[in-house]
Design a binder for this molecule. Structure first.
Ligand code: ADP
Ligand code: GLC
Length: 488
């Protein structure tokens, strides 16, 4: 058993903008079940404070002239302790944890997450008298990137692991910010936090963590190439011996069609016919023609370039001529939101676009759709295709990252040996997407084949148990690496 400090900027159900929250809300529970003593550190955003009632102050301090209190609570439905970094001046703001209502990053994001990192470092070094010190600090994404950099030179430090959930978000700020944050000047060089004359938070993790991982094996390979490396492939190649990919799992208590409280009807592999009730409910709710036979395609997504919205928009004219209905739930870049809305106004009987964040509806779309659209240009892991598989909603994906590791294309061979569970778009282009949709619609007309695909999808095992074991191995490797550095 080891002591693990899990540092994250979001965790379901306390606060969520994307898949990181799902991971941070479920992997720690799986690790606790495997006897790790794990504690979460999370900013005390207002959404979090509204949900927790039983907070206990543990420590307080001043960081960059701001008063900070560390509050203890628990991850709902678990015994996993959560330590909230309570600093109203920087975290008590409505809306997204990262952006203002105009979709711009909060002006003081560098300061906000520097405070967060410094508190985590003080916990890690047992400076807050918590009577608990981690053996490993597990950091996630750029918001926690400064931690490995700040810990690295210290004696008696815990080992560090840095998980890349998305290399496209790097936490880049100008040089003046580096000065204002009073970071050690020894960190300012191209092999340190400097990235083309800018301060890069993510480099703190990539350069200084004892071990690095991404959230799927294929993405771990891809980011070594310039095409997927976001300017960091050279550094990652240099650290290749310390880098691995561990596929995300899913939380079966939250995403289970047999028990999901948001669904009109429950179903499993033996009662799959009931899925139809959810489809009718969805068609009713969105005023689409109620028709069990017309294929219903769902999509739930942050509306950003990553998710393949460009090829969807380019293909939309052709898609609207196909016999299908489309329901899209998402929020993000205004440009994509508006373009999609235009299509839904033009074809109200075929496409519904719901702009916003809606947790219950996301479950209803998974439960009621026949197909799930996710043609991402890159995808570190992707959770929605995993939820879709579990709900017998066949995913249409690109063969990149975690999508390639989890979706098996319905080609002749895979259909014959019953391993197929979805559809794979062979290129990031509108014609390729249209061709794959056509293929899916053709198979939809063959109920027996479709049923087999659904059953294979639903039987896939994407629970956390296996991945949690891999993380435990990674923690051991990180501790061994740290010991070796100390010995040298
Ligand atoms: P990413 O983390 O890149 O956004 P993932 O597929 O890993 O992609 O995870 C996305 C998570 O966020 C899923 O749980 C998905 O259901 C959820 N999600 C995304 N957009 C919305 C939305 N508009 N409403 C509700 N849930 C959403
Ligand atoms: C990121 C990635 C997504 C991944 C999620 C959780 O947001 O974009 O692919 O599933 O993190 O690891």
């Amino acid at each position: 058993m080891s002591n693990i400090l899990y540092v994250t900027s979001e965790a379901f159900p306390l606060i969520k903008t994307g898949g990181l929250a799902d991971v941070a809300g479920s992997l720690p529970i799986a690790l606790a079940e495997q006897s790790e003593d794990i504690r979460l550190v999370l900013p005390a955003y207002p959404q979090v404070m509204q949900q927790v009632t039983d907070t206990k102050p543990l420590a307080s301090g001043i960081y960059y002239n701001l008063e900070v209190t560390l509050l203890e609570t628990q991850l709902p439905n678990s015994n996993v302790p959560v330590w909230l970094v309570h600093c109203p001046a920087i975290f008590d703001r409505p809306g997204s944890p990262y952006m203002n209502s105009a979709g711009q990053p909060w002006h003081d994001n560098a300061l906000r997450f520097a405070v967060f990192c410094k508190v985590a470092v003080d916990i890690a070094m047992n400076r807050l008298n918590l009577k608990w010190q981690p053996d490993v600090v597990h950091c996630n994404d750029w918001q926690s990137g400064l931690i490995p950099a700040l810990l690295q030179p210290l004696k008696q430090r815990p080992a560090t692991v840095f998980t890349i959930h998305n290399l496209a978000y790097q936490g880049l700020f100008d040089y003046q910010t580096f000065i204002d944050l009073e970071l050690p000047s020894a960190l300012w060089h191209p092999e340190g936090l400097e990235f083309y004359h800018q301060l890069s938070f993510i480099k703190g993790g990539l350069v200084y963590a004892d071990r690095i991982n991404t959230v799927s094996p294929t993405y771990a390979d891809e980011i070594l190439q310039p095409e997927f490396g976001n300017g960091l492939s050279g550094l990652l190649q240099h650290r290749q011996g310390r880098l691995c990919g561990i596929l995300n799992g899913i939380d079966h208590t939250v995403w289970n069609p047999a028990t999901d409280p948001h669904l009109a009807a429950h179903y499993d592999t033996t009662t799959l016919d009931q899925k139809r009730v959810n489809k009718t409910a969805l068609q009713k709710q969105f005023n689409l023609p109620i028709d069990a036979k017309i294929p219903l395609v769902g999509m739930i997504s942050r509306m950003v370039e990553q998710k393949g919205l460009d090829i969807i928009l380019q293909a939309m004219e052709k898609i609207m001529t196909m016999p299908l209905q489309l329901i899209i739930l998402g929020t993000g870049d205004m440009h994509y939101e508006m373009e999609l809305m235009k299509w839904s106004q033009q074809y109200p009987d075929r496409i519904k676009v719901i702009v916003g964040y809606n947790e219950p509806l996301s479950h209803q779309i998974e439960g009621g759709s026949d197909l799930f659209l996710m043609p991402s240009a890159f995808e570190p892991c992707g959770l929605n295709q995993l939820y879709s598989l579990r709900y017998g909603t066949l995913p249409i994906v690109r063969n990149v990252g975690g999508l390639a590791d989890t979706v098996v294309a319905a080609n002749k061979q895979n259909l014959a040996n019953a391993t197929a569970n979805g559809f794979v778009v062979p290129a990031q282009s509108a014609p390729a997407l249209v061709a794959t949709l056509k293929q899916a619609l053709t198979l939809y007309k063959r109920p027996k084949v479709w049923r087999q695909l659904q059953l294979t999808a639903m039987k896939g095992d994407f629970s956390w148990q296996r991945s949690a074991k891999h993380y435990r191995e990674l923690y051991q490797q990180a501790m061994a690496d740290r010991d070796q550095i100390n010995a040298g």
